[in-house]
Ligand binder design. Structure first.
Ligand code: MG
Length: 390
């Protein structure tokens, strides 16, 4: 199938930071994807929390399964819109690489610890992982990915951070946050696929964990319309023992309706704007979108999940403990850097020569903690404090 004129073309990539010969059998974006799949940070995603802590149950989403679901949804939408499926897959698999252990609780705690040292932001950290922290190549730090993949990974960025990026890489991935333009259509698609994926799987995990119920979900039209539609078609699913099938069928229908809605709304926006290249599409308003009605329904669902699931007392209880673990680890490593493994201790010792030594040291500790899996962080905390919090 030929790509649309506005899709990213690997042969016209804006390139890598360190020039490399093309691969004989793979496009540049396929090569990026393979580098991500083989990275250390990618393997760790399996033991990192999305909403539920990793050890709370084997059946809940982790960052890895979440990333795979984002890739699946993204690819199937990309194919319909004739966008570059490989690039979408690549960005989707990489989009959460910079996440701390313990989900948003970990990120919030680490950001608080880093407030005086430039803060901590997971999107920026994902870029840092692929640009700097992965150590796999003899000639350079990081994975040396293409501009288009890095652009997609950096989903948000504050103006201060964008200016700092612009200084080291003029016209690079920080530029659009200053110029207020959009990323590629493939990157925009990943953002939306991310949202569709977590809205659906958080309903699934939330109901199966018992923290939210189908009765509560009756207030959420986006889900409940499909639950009722399913029951009308398959009345036997009313029985208690069929609860799972009812849940899955309603979610399946909800996912499909969102995917078809995005394809239709985006296709008509693209038809109207008719960009003639990927760069022209970057100058337009955001093209990847829900239709208006779906947008409203999606907001109701997000709000429901925020109040009923992410702020559920049981989740909040774990959140508080997870934050304590991160805060205490941060303070401990700063005062006892020899407790950090291998290269992080060496990196921290090397910061003595830097102008802003305190911030440089704090950044090394933040990188160390951000890379941890949930269970490694919990174990380290127990080893260093004697307390078993999680
Ligand atoms: Mg995500």
């Amino acid at each position: 199938m030929t790509l649309a004129v506005f899709a990213c073309d690997p042969d016209r990539s804006k390139g890598r930071r360190f020039a490399q010969e093309p691969a004989p059998t793979r496009t540049e974006f396929q090569r990026d994807r393979d580098r991500i799949v083989h990275s250390t940070a990618f393997r760790r995603l399996v033991y990192k929390t999305q909403v539920f802590l990793n050890h709370e149950g084997d059946l809940f989403r982790t960052r890895l399964t979440h990333s795979l679901e984002v890739a699946q949804l993204g690819r199937s939408i990309a194919r319909s819109l004739r966008l570059n499926e490989d690039l979408v897959e690549t960005i989707a698999l990489a989009h959460d690489l910079g996440h701390t252990p313990f989900g948003h609780a970990g990120q919030d705690a680490l950001n608080e610890c880093m407030l005086e040292h430039g803060g901590f932001e997971h999107n920026l950290q994902s870029l840092r992982v692929v640009d700097t922290l992965e150590e796999r190549y003899p000639q350079f730090d990081g994975l040396n990915l293409t501009f288009e993949t890095r652009e997609g990974i950096l989903k948000h960025c504050s103006p201060t951070h964008a200016q700092a990026l612009e200084l080291v890489e003029p016209g690079g991935v920080g530029h659009r946050f200053l110029a207020r333009s959009q990323p590629s259509l493939e990157a925009q698609l990943c953002n939306l696929a991310d949202e569709i994926a977590y809205n659906a799987h958080d309903i699934d995990d939330g109901v199966r964990s018992g923290l939210i119920t189908l009765e509560q979900l009756q207030d959420v039209a986006l889900f409940d319309d499909f639950r009722r539609e399913t029951l009308a078609e398959f009345p036997h699913l009313q029985e208690q023992a069929q609860g799972r099938r009812l849940l899955y069928e309603a979610i399946r229908r909800m996912l499909s309706s969102q995917v078809y809605d995005v394809i239709a709304a985006t296709q008509s926006a693209l038809d109207a704007a008719a960009p003639r290249s990927a760069d022209e599409a970057r100058q337009l308003p955001r093209m990847l979108q829900f239709g208006e009605a779906m947008q409203d329904k999606s907001k109701v669902l997000k709000k429901f999940l925020f109040v009923q699931l992410y702020r559920h007392p049981k989740v909040m209880e774990m959140t508080a403990l997870a934050k304590q673990v991160v805060r205490e680890l941060f303070a401990l490593y700063l005062s006892r850097p020899q407790e950090m493994q291998g290269r992080f201790l060496a990196r921290l010792q090397a910061t003595r020569a830097e102008v802003d030594e305190a911030s440089a040291a704090a950044r090394v500790v933040a990188d160390y903690i951000a890379g941890m899996t949930d269970r490694f962080a919990a174990r380290e905390h127990e080893r260093l404090t004697g307390l078993k919090l999680l």
